[in-house]
Design a protein around this ligand. Sequence first.
Ligand code: ATP
Ligand code: LTN
Length: 341
Amino acid sequence: MSVSTSVAHRPKRVFSGIQPSGNFHLGNYLGAIRNWVNQQGQFDNVFCIVDLHALSLPTTRETLRANTLHLANVLLAAGIDPDASILFVQSDVREHTELCWLLNSVTQYGELRRMTQFKDKTSGKNDEQVSAALFDYPVLQAADILLYDTELVPVGEDQKQHIELTRDAAARFNARYGETFVLPEPDIKAEGARIMSLEDPTKKMSKSDASPNAAIALADSPDVIRKKIRRAVTDSGSAVVAAPDKPALTNLLTIYSLLSGEPVAAIEQRYIGKGYGAFKSDLGEIVVEALTPMQERLRELEANPELSQIALAAGAARARERAAAKMTVVRDRMGIGIGRS
Ligand code: ATP
Ligand code: LTN
């Protein structure tokens, strides 16, 4: 059987994952979730809440459970339709951990050590504080992607290196055991791929930022949103323009443009001679307006937790079917699972 046979008329297979690791922010929305929602009618989508990845940093049972359910509600509130897309929790499909171990055998220690996300997350820590799971994180990610014969992986810019590692591991596996895995492509949108911190435009907006003012959480109240934008750092000068030497304004203009649908140049035109104050105050309203409907749906979902649980159970059943079929092929190729009927 060849997995590379192309079928022109079928929608491309898409897989993406997001960690249930805290407060989802505007960067997650603009860089990832919004694109998943927009592409829903176009592709065969599998979206995964990667709770096993979240175990790579210290957490507790209560936190992980709460974050997992919160993320499910956020995704549904943002517009993921569980009938149109498969939405499930990673640990509900055991094949992910099994394939992770098998792919470890075609992944090199050296390539994992070079991963920038690993370097970022371990910087300033000594080896004793770093879990082996954090090191192996990209291999579990490769398993997620390869289990579903994924062709496209919509992610933010920061994940490009992990998709490359996935392709390398898949190619090595295919060379050793015969054509088994599809080599996935990253799908990174030029706009919104990297929303920066409101306090330091050289750093990406991140859930793990120690400062609460660096990111706008999707659940922030209107007043908090307005305040964070008012306080956001700006560049020297007073013109509202995007330019390489104006990273803070470029970031704010990108957010404005993505949420309003207006090109950056048109926004720059409108603020000629108006200064940062007027621009920031309008941007605050645009963010509030964009997030309010989602927040209302989120409150409804939170009041009815069974809705997301039903969606996740159905999603896991559908995902399990695909993953089980793939693993039957993988075990056979590798010469394992001999005693299984
Ligand atoms: P952390 O920074 O704490 O590791 P995170 O905010 O990067 O977490 P993830 O769960 O790792 O969140 O990422 C979820 C998705 O959001 C990924 O596709 C990632 O590329 C995207 N993403 C994360 N931060 C940004 C950002 N600042 N701009 C655009 N996309 C982002
Ligand atoms: N590593 C990703 C989350 C992630 C993922 C995936 C993304 C886990 N598995 C599979 C795309 C495909 C992150 O940190 N954002």
